[in-house]
Design a protein around this ligand. Sequence first.
Ligand code: ADP
Length: 281
Amino acid sequence: MTTAIDTDARPTIESPDGAALIELIGVTKTYGEGTAAFQALAGVDIRIEDGEFVAIMGPSGSGKSTVMNILGCLDTPTTGAYCFRGIHVEELSRNQRALLRRHCLGFVFQGYNLLARTTALENVELPLLYRGVPLRERRAAARDALALVGLTGWETHTPAELSGGQQQRVAIARALVTNPAIIIADEPTGALDTRSSLEVMEILQRLNRERELTTLLVTHEHDIGRHARRLITLRDGRVQHDLPVEQPLDAAKGLEELPAEDPNDEILDNFQGGAARPHAQ
Ligand code: ADP
């Protein structure tokens, strides 16, 4: 099968009329075989349009990771279809799926997944380096992406010199730098304190509002899920609820309402490696 994603040149994938950005149709997933077989997904239908901000929630074992692995092109459904702008992903070769993943999807993980001993700027540049983008161009794009997440002045810091919240912002910048069709954020605030969690949510909400960046968030924290504009709840491998959030929480407002930071925090940050202040440029 020949598609727009057969080469590593930047593919231009547009939705044919009526096709959603993402559509799962009757997706099932069975792990193992015979008597050991376990059905993790029992017929999931999810449609996500451009510009949406969707959260997927559900108890442990409900199938969230399985759905994410399928959407992220790391796994394929046992039955059913996964369409990305009308392209049947389950019919693509492994290589084509890797290209789709690299070109169209931006990932943010709970554990940041940054390269140690590598500066924030170089971490953000990396996806563009893999694509063969010339140095000057990728450096400029990485600086712009870091500015979008409020990290101008922090370009030369390594992950060890950044707080957890700052590392996650670098990871968001790295996901943004390729201009993906969708950001898939898997428990992005799972390892963060309240303030850092709200800072991450403020960035995701702002990018969604101002740049219409489609965002799919997986979380087990209800207060985090309520920042999305639509909430999908999974249970036992099925969609239990799929509803608009009537009044999404506003992370910017949440940050304003937090009590002022303890001045001792800054002393502690400096002691721990200077994460409180950017290096002079
Ligand atoms: P969640 O992310 O919501 O915790 P998962 O998608 O990880 O749920 O898992 C859904 C169900 O599928 C769980 O019962 C889990 O034990 C099972 N499962 C997940 N991956 C595998 C696997 N590779 N082999 C067998 N069972 C699996």
